[in-house]
Design a protein. Structure first.
Lengths: 838, 528
């Protein structure tokens, strides 16, 4: 069946006056100025259209009002470097004179404008609405609020100000609204996509599947209503007890026994993430159900329709760019703001992470440099609205000057082969060869990889590994995150390499023809101007690599010096305080081992074996309790000391230290403590081990924070704690109190710990150090760039294989019997001489 | 049958391979034809009645001293000091000589009605002995009688309240020793003189001294001028100790010296092949060697270490003499020489030695790289009288695994010395600038005083011990050692004896002379 194509709208009007002249004296209202396109637009207007004035709608933050935020986030951007150097000292005045900022928010009705804002809006001749939620994976509700309802809110605000405008400027025409949309409103359409509004097409009789744009009838109000309700529903769903339990469990899995506050914080984050993920998924599902690739294109398309349906009487000109990428020439070649769609993919590819990306080599990838879009917006503004009603201009390259996907991949591959980026070891990364597989296959591959890595990570995460093995878990986590991200890219952007819509630009070219020859050069809007080879190789990729902060030079020095720098910072005399955890940070032992050693010390040989075996049987349940709550574990475990003679244990603790704890110590750890002391830092030991057990360590520390057991009148331990063990947040609190009392700055302090349960302690200081971290902390340290130390036991320590007190062979009847037996047998090395029998 | 004296074998084509110790293992090396192997004299016969001999020595003292019984009176203050765990090597089977001697001294004291008796282990800056080690050295009877009352003490060189400064020698050396010992009416010192270095004035002046006093003779300068310290008359170490000992006597400290010598019967029956000459090995010796080697190769090194450390040597007393320090020591030294001297003619270009698992400072512990250096360059190199076995500029090849391992309980400061000092310099004269900070480090002092750790300064002494050899030698090569650890020591690692000989030729040229010191058992080369 032949497609029923409505006739392309004829280009209207004669030659345009010079753009600068046409816009002279005009006041232009801009939303979304903090974005990529918005920033470029503001800059171009200030630089190339000398006599217009600009009003920016900026959402104030808690600390910055609208103007301050505009200064900070727009004017300070390197986009303005060219203008800054052109104007020199006059720059600030020039900007102040021509630029105003009003506080407002496109997600609020009336744009959240105050009276002065409304007055200013009424003064404006042109409104360019470029505020959008551009992430393709926006949650449905926020995409709806910004992309779907945003344009209509702007139009409503213009309408509301129209009366005021008629009063104050009776001689001026109504305000011209130029909303920025996207060429991808055409959705999954195949073939030509014309510069025509869906509403217009439908009015002229187009039906679903027969037109160049998606024309499915959609109940927009219903969509809005259900998106808003969905957020509420999901919010309620996420707060149901079983869900909350799941989030708490997840948080515990992530952090271990890190303390109530941190766990609560993390669980709440998981809840919010879950709601967001559900909304993203809902957006994608809804969009795809209706024929759009994602929530972005879907809400943008509905936004256009909603605008024209409700505000079609206003002078409206929609501008639809395709994928906007770095500048071709203005303000400087390669200028880009933020990491956009293609960049993360390119960088992942250059890092060798993205082994495949779906797409057909002969497919067109529709990219358009930002300066062409900006020029188009200015030209459209200068040309003024079409008297016949709302019209559309597309700014896209696919028809006029197509960039083939295969060509792009070839260029990128060549470029990274010539300019490789380097891995952590300083080795150049060889970029993979893409074979242009189908999307499904790539997705399945990545899914398998992600799942496999997640499984490995979970399994390894449950093992009690430390140090370099834990580091391996952290590396797997990193790989998994990257694989997930790659998977995400393929899911999100796969559709864009497979787009088969051809975005027509007939009206744009007609507009270009109407411009003066000078303007055609200065405000180039013709996509034919782009030479893709040189654009990709000389402009875009250098800019991307520059922004990606990847290593572009060989050599291992960067990594080594990073660790050296961290050590130097830690061992700077300017630091104030160094706090140390004990178990697995300074020595590889624990309270159970100490207890068993002390308890078996005076038992006969047979009994001690039984005792140790009993403790070993209990070990799994003790470990589980410890993981659940360290404080509870210590309190309940220390009850076992009830009735033990305090004086004897205090004396025995010295032997415990010298024979067991010291043998299991990390000499590098002790050396570090002493180094801190030598540098004049205060040293603090914060441990759950009992006071008498850590007594021999006191000379190393200025302060020891540890639990203490009560002693009764007969000098026996009561089993109850006089001083509670510092665990979780209490560790941070204790350290903060000590620092405050001694007038020391925690920001200038160092904390050494091994487990995620020490997170509060590590987080409260300026220099956290993960020592032999267990898997969870290793992952966290890696993510946050914390310094990691691997301290080992000395190789030659004589360590008992079981936590038992030493057998005193000379007094042991058991040993005496054994020796007698050996002598009786005349075992090797035993001369039955009278001397050996003495 | 009297024991055979030491023997020097010239290697010819029919000579069987030579046994080399290699830590807790052994290897058999085929030495180049023409090499010399020095074997120790066979063990002398033991005293048939050691108790009787001890009693006789106490009652018939040498030099200017009345019999011990005459010096013991009721109400007097008696202190008995004794050598620590570093002697003898390996530790001897029960009863230890110290037990035998001290029991006799205590019997005499009891007969005389002396009731103020304190036993002091003369540690100097060594680690404190454990209860089990003290029990082994003194026997249960003495231990149980003295320890619970606090009358069995270990010298604490860092206890300012229990040290007394007796003055300066004419060379300006501080003499500061244990206060109880100095202020007793009689100080009895019980020695085990395993080698010629032990005993004499060194017993009290070193064993009971403080760091302040020890640093005068434990330093690079003195050690390079002790050639060797097994030869009292050419040893600056001994000159200094003699000056101090005479000052101690002049200060009124009355010392009754008891010295004992041991035969060189070092290894129990199942390891007897270790002290036999290879060509005389019986079928049983060969079988035990093969069995032991094969078993040790399959044994984890920690277990192998435990097995060796549990060896108690069968050596037995060959002489005991008592009385005035110098007279006693002259007799003792003669007795030691009688057992240990081997006459050797001429020096050698290359000296080889197999280092065993034990040295004076790792009894019941591990031989860390610094101790490996000390055993080879400090002790074995110095087992000479006259001239060093190896010529100046010659090469020393030692065989030892030299693992990068330390016992954190016994040798905490060694770990830091190895990391912080030897990584900067291996020159004994240079390391002195770090000595003070280790010697006065409160953490090391804490571990020395409360635990079983060598003093913080001790690794420096180990390195000073090597000073004479380091100055004398052209190169030191370690066969089969941990390469990183060997390099840290400033030595050259070699993977086999053949490699080592190849490397040595760079220093001593082609066709060098080679001598192998077949020790243990311990001996003393009399080089002319």
């Amino acid at each position: 069946m032949p497609e029923v194509q409505p006739p392309p709208e004829p280009p209207s009007g004669g030659p345009l006056p010079p753009l600068a002249e046409a816009l002279a004296g005009q006041r232009i209202f801009i939303t979304g100025a903090t974005g990529f396109l918005g920033t470029a637009l503001v800059e171009r207007l200030l630089r190339a259209v000398p006599d217009c004035r600009v009003v920016l709608l900026v959402r104030p933050t808690r600390r910055l009002d609208a103007l301050a935020r505009a200064q900070r986030e727009i004017i300070r951007n390197d986009c303005f470097d060219r203008l800054r150097s052109e104007l020199g000292t006059g720059f600030a005045d020039h900007v102040a004179e021509r630029l105003e900022a009003v506080a407002g928010d496109v997600t609020q009705d009336g744009l959240g404008l105050d009276e002065a804002g409304r007055r200013l809006l009424a003064d404006c001749d042109i409104v360019i609405h470029s505020a959008a939620s551009v992430a393709f994976d926006s949650p449905l509700d926020s995409a709806v609020e910004v992309n779907l309802l945003g344009p209509s809110r702007v139009a409503a605000a213009i309408k509301a100000a129209a009366g005021l405008r008629a009063e104050t400027h009776p001689d001026r025409p109504p305000t011209h609204l130029i909303p920025v949309s996207t060429a991808y409103v055409a959705g999954t359409h195949q073939g030509d996509a014309s510069e025509i509004l869906a509403t217009t097409a439908m009015a002229s009789g187009a039906r679903a599947r027969t037109h160049s744009t998606v024309t499915t009838e959609v109940d927009i109000a219903g969509e809005v209503e259900s998106a808003r309700r969905l957020r509420g529903d999901l919010g309620a769903e996420s707060r149901r007890p079983e869900k909350l339990q799941k989030f708490t469990k997840q948080a515990r899995g992530d952090l271990g026994a890190a303390g109530t506050h941190l766990l609560a914080e993390r669980a709440e984050k998981f809840r919010e993430d879950w709601v967001r993920a559900q909304l993203v998924e809902a957006g994608r599902a809804r969009a795809q159900a209706l024929g759009w690739p994602d929530a972005y294109a879907f809400t943008k398309a509905l936004g256009e329709r909603n605008l024209v349906t409700h505000h079609g009487t206003l002078p409206i000109t929609v501008v639809r760019p395709s994928i906007i990428e770095s500048a071709l020439a203005e303000p400087v070649p390669g200028w880009i703001r933020g990491f956009r769609m293609a960049e993360p993919i390119i960088v992942s590819y250059a890092r060798g992470l993205l082994k495949e990306f779906p797409g057909v080599p002969e497919g067109v990838i529709d990219v358009i440099p930002v300066d062409l879009v900006v020029a188009a917006l200015i030209a459209v503004a200068a040309a003024g609205p079409d008297p016949s009603g709302p019209t559309v201009y597309q700014v896209a390259s696919g028809v006029r000057n197509p960039l083939r996907y295969g060509q792009l991949v070839g260029l990128v591959q060549q470029w990274f082969t010539d300019h490789p980026i380097y891995d952590a070891d300083g080795q150049p990364i060889v970029v993979p060869e893409w074979s242009f597989p189908g999307r499904g296959r790539v997705q399945r591959q990545l899914e398998r990889a992600t799942k496999g890595l997640a499984l490995a990570e979970r399994l390894l995460g449950t093992l009690p590994v430390r140090g370099s093995r834990a580091d391996m878990v952290a590396r797997i986590e990193e790989k998994r995150t990257l694989a997930e991200r790659a998977h995400g890219y393929v899911e999100l952007y796969g559709a864009y390499t497979e787009t088969e819509a051809r975005f027509r630009v007939d009206r744009l070219l007609a507009l270009s023809d109407r411009m003066t020859p000078e303007d055609r050069a200065a405000f180039c809007i013709d996509p034919a101007a782009v030479n893709w080879d040189s654009y990709v190789e000389e402009i875009h990729l250098p800019s991307v690599v520059d922004h990606a902060r990847v290593r572009t030079s060989p050599g291992k020095s960067v990594v080594a010096s990073r660790s050296d720098r961290a050590t130097a910072a830690i061992l700077d005399p300017a630091r104030h305080l160094a706090a140390f955890d004990l178990e697995n940070t300074l020595l590889a032992s624990n309270v159970v081992e100490s207890y068993t050693w002390l308890a078996t010390r005076h038992l006969p040989v047979g009994e001690r074996a039984k005792f140790t075996a009993r403790i070993l049987r209990e070990a799994p349940s003790l470990l589980a309790l410890d993981r659940r709550d360290r404080g509870d574990f210590l309190r309940s475990f220390y009850r076992r000391y009830e009735g033990a003679p305090a004086e004897l244990l205090r004396a025995d603790a010295w032997d415990l230290f010298h024979h067991l704890l010291l043998a299991k110590s990390f000499p590098a750890g002790f050396a570090r403590v002493r180094r801190h002391r030598a540098l004049g830092h205060r040293t603090v030991l914060i441990t759950g081990a009992l006071d008498f057990v850590v007594e021999p360590l006191r000379p190393l520390f200025d302060e020891v924070v540890c639990p203490e057991l009560g002693v009764d009148a007969e000098g026996r331990f009561t089993g109850r704690l006089d001083r509670l063990p510092p665990t979780g947040e209490a560790r941070a609190l204790v350290l903060a109190e000590y620092a405050a009392a001694e007038s020391l700055d925690l920001g200038e302090s160092i904390a050494y710990a091994d487990s995620a349960s020490d997170l509060p302690l590590l987080e409260c200081v300026g220099f956290p150090v993960a020592v032999n971290p267990e898997a969870k902390l290793a992952a966290i340290a890696r993510r946050r760039g914390w310094h990691v130390e691997h301290w080992e036991k000395a190789g030659g320590g004589a360590r008992p294989p079981l936590p038992m007190g030493p057998v005193n062979l000379s007094t042991s009847r058991w040993w005496a019997r054994f020796e007698a037996m050996l002598d009786e047998l005349g075992a090797p090395g035993r001369d039955r001489t009278e001397e050996s029998r003495r | 049958m009297s024991p055979r004296p030491g023997f020097i074998l010239e290697v010819d084509r029919s000579t069987p391979p030579t046994l080399f110790w290699h830590g807790e293992r052994f290897s058999m090396e085929k030495l180049p034809v023409g090499s010399r192997v020095i074997y120790a004299p066979e063990p002398e016969a033991a005293l048939e009645d050691p108790i009787g001999a001890i009693r006789h020595a106490l009652e018939h003292p040498l030099g200017d001293s009345p019999p011990l019984s005459a010096r013991l009176t009721a109400g007097m203050k008696l202190t008995i000091a004794f050598d620590d765990i570093s002697l003898p090597l390996p530790p001897m089977r029960r009863p230890d000589i110290r037990q035998l001697v001290i029991e006799q001294v205590l019997d005499l004291a009891a007969e005389a009605g002396v009731d103020d008796v304190v036993l002091i282990c003369a540690l100097a800056l060594h680690r404190r002995m454990t209860a089990a080690e003290l029990r082994h050295a003194l026997g249960d009877r003495i231990y149980d009688a003295f320890e619970p009352q606090g009358l069995l003490q270990q010298h604490d060189a860092e206890d300012p309240t229990n040290l007394v400064h007796l003055g300066l020698t004419d060379q300006g050396e501080d003499v500061e020793i244990n206060k109880r010992a100095a202020e007793s009416d009689l100080l009895v010192y019980v020695n085990i003189n395993l080698v010629a270095m032990d005993g004499g004035h060194k017993s009290v002046a070193t064993g009971l001294a403080s760091y302040k006093s020890l640093r005068h003779h434990h330093n690079a300068k003195v050690m390079t001028h002790s050639t060797s310290f097994m030869d009292q008359h050419k040893s600056e170490l001994h000159s200094s100790n003699w000056r101090m000992g005479r000052l101690i006597a002049a200060a009124g400290v009355k010392v009754f010296q008891i010295e004992t010598t041991l035969n060189s019967d070092t290894f129990p029956e199942q390891f007897r092949f270790l002290q036999r000459r290879e060509w005389e090995w019986s079928a049983k010796d060969r079988a035990t060697y093969l069995g032991a080697s094969a078993a040790l190769d399959r044994t984890p090194s920690k277990l192998a270490r435990n097995i060796f450390q549990s060896i108690k040597a069968p050596h037995r007393m060959t002489s005991v003499q008592a009385g005035e320090v110098e007279a006693v020591h002259a007799q003792t030294t003669a007795n030691v020489y009688r057992q240990q001297l081997v006459a050797v003619e001429g020096q050698t270009d290359i000296l080889t030695m197999g280092l065993p698992y034990i040295c004076p400072y790792n009894v019941n512990s591990i031989m860390n790289p610094i101790l490996v250096a000390c055993l080879g360059l400090g002790y074995f190199f110095n087992l000479y009288r006259g001239k060093p076995l190896v010529r100046e500029g010659g090469v020393l090849i030692m065989s030892h695994p030299t693992p990068w391992e330390f016992n954190p309980v016994h040798h905490p400061s060694y770990i830091d010395f190895f990391e912080q000092v030897l990584s900067q310099t291996t020159d004994p004269a240079e390391i002195g600038k770090y000595e003070e900070s280790f010697a006065t480090d409160p953490w090391y002092i804490h571990l020395y005083r409360t635990g079983n750790a060598y003093h913080g300064v001790h690794p420096f002494y180990m390195w000073y011990w090597c000073a004479h050899a380091l100055e004398h030698l052209g190169a030191v090569i370690v066969v089969g050692g941990d390469r990183a650890a060997v390099r840290r020591l400033g030595f050259k690692p070699a993977s086999s004896m053949a490699d080592a000989l190849e490397m040595a030729s760079d220093v001593v040229g082609r066709d060098p002379s080679l001598t192998h010191l077949h020790t243990p058992p311990v001996m003393l080369a009399d080089v002319t």
